[in-house]
Design a protein around this ligand. Structure first.
Ligand SMILES: NC(=O)c1ccc[n+]([C@@H]2O[C@H](COP(=O)([O-])OP(=O)(O)OC[C@H]3O[C@@H](n4cnc5c(N)ncnc54)[C@H](O)[C@@H]3O)[C@@H](O)[C@H]2O)c1
Length: 351
């Protein structure tokens, strides 16, 4: 069964979710959008697994496609890779009447989206996320970005996809550690916006949790904040729960930690700080940590503390030495509170 969710923005778009729907992608796209020619952007790993299937599905429906295979990994999420994408799009004569398809995880999605937003001053793109992280989070909401030496996602744009196709079967080939990393963002969604999902995480583990349900519920949380504040001027900051410290930890680890792994440490740290300061109900951090344990996600910041403090300074939301940090009062009750960086450093040091 295919589920469909609409993201209601000025340029609304649909997200469809089902199992084994990649082989029907051509038909789904043909029924949804007017484009006849596509540039598929994917990475080396995903191309071996799913590119043929997608190309065949498009061609079967009379749609033309070109493919661009980039080197994946966070270390390649930079302007150099995007430059290569621009060149290849141009050499393959992709025009504004054509459409990009991002086939892969969050790294491919963020870079293909950024390329789509800037190539020829902006062309349409479709997200076909193949990691759990991308399915529950990064493929929705239109944030695109690349990293620079000074920090993560510091260059980017808001550029909404025209369509999102989620084939849950692609998760069958995903390494366990990548699955777990994606779970971190779903756990974040539960903490900021869905008590029922949080209870599911407490009750079930990897062996018996309903993954499609996790994806659907997480998307609803994200969609709610994106629709309210598409350009991230206020309420959408809530989605950054755990990310301020998480991004700093990710950078401090030299990107050894996966995004979700770093966010797990960040979420646990901000719950600790919230409990110490009396903002957060006592006990949440322990409940969170035992859920993180089920997915082998660390909640120990010790190894990254010193470098993490250095990188906190570079956070995009740092305004004159203060930051809007996201705390939770209780599960599903997030709030934003300004905290001075000096105070945050002291709190992190004490963890
Ligand atoms: N734009 C947003 O709103 C947003 C939100 C959250 C995270 N992000 C970004 O997402 C990125 C992380 O994304 P990610 O965790 O998907 O990492 P990723 O894109 O690097 O994918 C992880 C690995 O899994 C492989 N892979 C992908 N799909 C596979 C499949 N089905 N089977 C086997 N292997 C597969 C990839 O080749 C890669 O090696 C970070 O750069 C982060 O900043 C963006």
């Amino acid at each position: 069964m295919i589920e469909s969710i609409s993201v209601k923005l000025d340029n609304p778009y649909r997200i469809v979710i089902g199992n084994n729907i990649l082989e029907n992608a051509g038909e789904l796209i043909k029924n949804e959008l007017p484009y006849k020619r596509f540039a598929i952007i994917t990475d080396e790993i995903v191309s071996k697994l799913y590119l043929d299937k997608l190309e065949c599905s498009l061609k079967k429906c009379g749609l033309e496609c070109e493919s661009i295979i980039i080197e994946g990994g966070e270390q390649n999420k930079n302007i150099k890779t995007v430059y290569d994408i621009y060149s290849l799009l141009s050499r393959k004569s992709i025009t504004r009447g054509d459409c990009i398809i991002a086939l892969g995880g969050g790294v491919v999605g963020d870079m293909a989206g950024f390329a789509a937003s800037t190539y020829l001053r902006g062309i349409s793109y479709i997200q076909i996320p193949t990691t759990l992280l991308a399915q529950v989070d990064s493929s929705i909401g239109g944030k695109t970005a690349v990293d620079i030496e000074e920090g993560k996602n510091l260059v980017g744009s808001f550029w909404q996809p025209s369509f999102v196709i989620i084939d849950t079967d692609t998760l069958n080939t995903l390494p366990e550690c990548e699955f777990n990393s994606g779970m971190a963002e779903a756990i974040k969604s539960a903490l900021i916006g869905d008590k029922e999902l949080f209870e599911m995480f407490k009750k079930y583990d990897r062996s018996n949790i309903n993954v499609k349900d996790v994806i659907l519920k997480s998307i609803f949380v994200k969609k709610k904040y994106v629709e309210k504040d598409v350009f991230d001027n206020g309420e959408r900051h809530i989605l950054n729960f755990g990310h301020t410290i998480g991004h700093a930890v990710e950078k401090a680890s030299g990107y050894e930690l996966k995004h979700g792994e770093a966010v797990s440490i960040g979420m646990s740290a901000i719950c600790s700080i919230g409990e110490i300061k009396g903002y957060t109900r006592k006990g949440i951090k322990d409940e969170l940590n035992s859920i993180l344990d089920k997915y082998s996600l660390s909640h120990n910041i010790a190894n990254y503390k010193n470098d993490c403090i250095k990188f906190l300074n570079k956070d995009k939301k740092n305004r004159g030495g203060a930051i809007d940090a996201v705390f939770i009062d209780d599960v599903g009750e997030p709030f934003i509170k300004e905290i001075g960086l000096d105070e945050l450093y002291v709190c992190v040091e004490r963890l």
